[in-house]
Design a protein around this ligand. Sequence first.
Ligand code: DGJ
Length: 724
Amino acid sequence: MAISFDASKKIFKLDTSDTTYALAVHEAGYLFHLYYGPYLPDNNLLPMLFRGGFASFHPNYPNYVNTPYSPDITPSEYSCNGTGDFRISALQIRNVNGDISTDIRYVSHRILTEKPALCGLPSLRSEAGDTETLEITARDHTTGAVVKLYYTVYLQLPVMTRSVVVENDSQYPMDLERVYSTCLELPGMDYDMVHLYGQWFKERTVTERPLAHGMQSIQSKRGSSSHNHNPFVALKQHGTTEENGPVYGINLIYSGNFAIDIEVDARNTARVLAGINPTDFNWHLEPGESFTSPEAVMVFTDKGVGEMSRIFHRTYMKHLIKSPWRDVERPVLINSWEAAYFDFDDDKLVAFAHEAAKMGVDMLVMDDGWFGVRNLDNCSLGDWYVNEKKLKGGLSKLIERVNAEGLKFGIWYEPEMISPDSDLYRAHPDWCLHVKGRENSPARLQYVLDMSREDVRDNIFNQMSAVLANNKIDYVKWDFNRNLTEAGSALLPANRQKEIMHRFVLGTYDLMNRFVTAFPHILFENCSGGGGRFDPGMLYYSPQIWCSDNTDAIERLTIQFGSSMCYPVSTFGAHVAARPRTPLSTRANVAMCGTFGYELDPRKLTEDEKEQVRAQIADYRKYNKLIREGDLYRLIAPTEDHFRCAWQFVSPDKQEALVTSVIMRRPETAYFMLKLRGLDPNKMYTDTATGEVYSGALLMYAGINLTEQIYDDGESIVKYFKAE
Ligand code: DGJ
């Protein structure tokens, strides 16, 4: 049994492949957190609850005056507001009387062998028998709120998930003001908080800071997970490295406003909450209604940050991404955006296809600008019909011509948006998010559709599916180029307006679900002005996401390394672009650590460059399985070294390894030894370029000598090792 309940001690013990999580039920029903960390064979954990130093300023639990416990001090399993716990609360309910005191007590539990799906939200899946789920039902006896806490443990991975459902089991309405997905209590504050910050063009840069007393937090209020912060945090114990030491990783499967809050109290204990951002949030529950939180994924390992990442990668490849494209080589595509922007017509696209086909490219993607009367970014979003002035003879004709060149065809959409200058807006000005009496703030000259509305979603689905069903389209790029402002809905009553940010996300998920169900053969690539919505929620619907609009190979190193903290490289939309500050070879070597494609005008390549592209595509086909299925080792991070960056893929059977190193800036010294990782020390590996044979031990402990093999700005090298 991975999940057990010791009825005498009232302790739940939840074991994954390598970890234990434990909580206790107090005799009055309070839920106390006991432990999360390496696997424990026993459960004698109640002494963990004593935290000493009791004073009058620490309220007692009602009727438990003479106990050493106080809600102010005791580690809570799911902290509630206003009843003696002054630290950050996971749950805050405003009841019909207007007060916000909340207090949940254990009622019952069930251990489930099937992992329940989350209503309207993406979540990790289980496969026959590889998970157990604990459902704890608790109740706030004053408000009548029933709170179900879900914990799923994976039996073959050190992975847990948590989510929460709140039901109104009373006769009165209530308002949920805070409903976090997980609450974790870590004794000790000797941790560094690792997270991913950024902005447009600079997404997911790894940064870290030691925990300090008080609050530290990351959030999005933008209506999407955002370029600025990713819903991911790792807490690594001081001294933990890429290869060694304890680290917790938390990632929220959500694409909207999120918060990950950490409070360190005077006892040097850290409480970590992850969930929907309570700012700008309120959810009104009428009697009988319920609310489901997004799911948080939690990983623990004592084998360093690199292993944490690999655990996330394996988990997402197996249990999150469900596209039929997940486990197969993705088509090498050429995208029209950086090649032509809005300046294209059918002949130009066919000319791209003609040149690209000769180099072995599989697919042409027609990016923004093919619909309505769009020649700039100032109009037509929402008018998803073909601009026949540009595509003379229509879309089917164009696709026929592209197919005749031997390429498949992909298309761009921005389904959640509307241009004020569009037929859709003129017909339905109330279909965009807006609030009464206030002008909308345009961004990129566009507004955001009210995705909470079924009629809006139906309209977009019908328009888009008319195109997708009647044309031979193999790929859709789903873009999202602004954030939410004046976020109100014409259909919601005043007391539900603060639901819109979450309803927007639910609406988007619903629409995505309709598309992936109706068009299962289509490869969906998500995008948000680059990587502004690079999160597990989106990965549930699309197996790849455009990493960043920044296609400079050197800048991409930081972005892709950051993304790899928890997302598998097979999800990174990465292209070779016409950015000549780095050699074409390096641009390809960096894009190879992703889905691979081209973002340039192929007619402008020289004959020599075309030959290089042919060879790059051949390499992609040769190495893609290893890159997609292999384990990633970050050897030298671009944020840690000024000069060099290096990474490596090792096949699951350790028979193959692919190593890439890039010079970001000419180093002080040409001397460069690179130690590999993750190999079998006893296997003999051949360097396929030189024929030299080395033991895995030698490659890992002595390293390979790359001195003078790469030295100048932007140079790179790829080495492929194969075991005999
Ligand atoms: C932003 C995307 O990131 C780009 O790749 C491109 O599709 C543009 N939008 C088109 O407007």
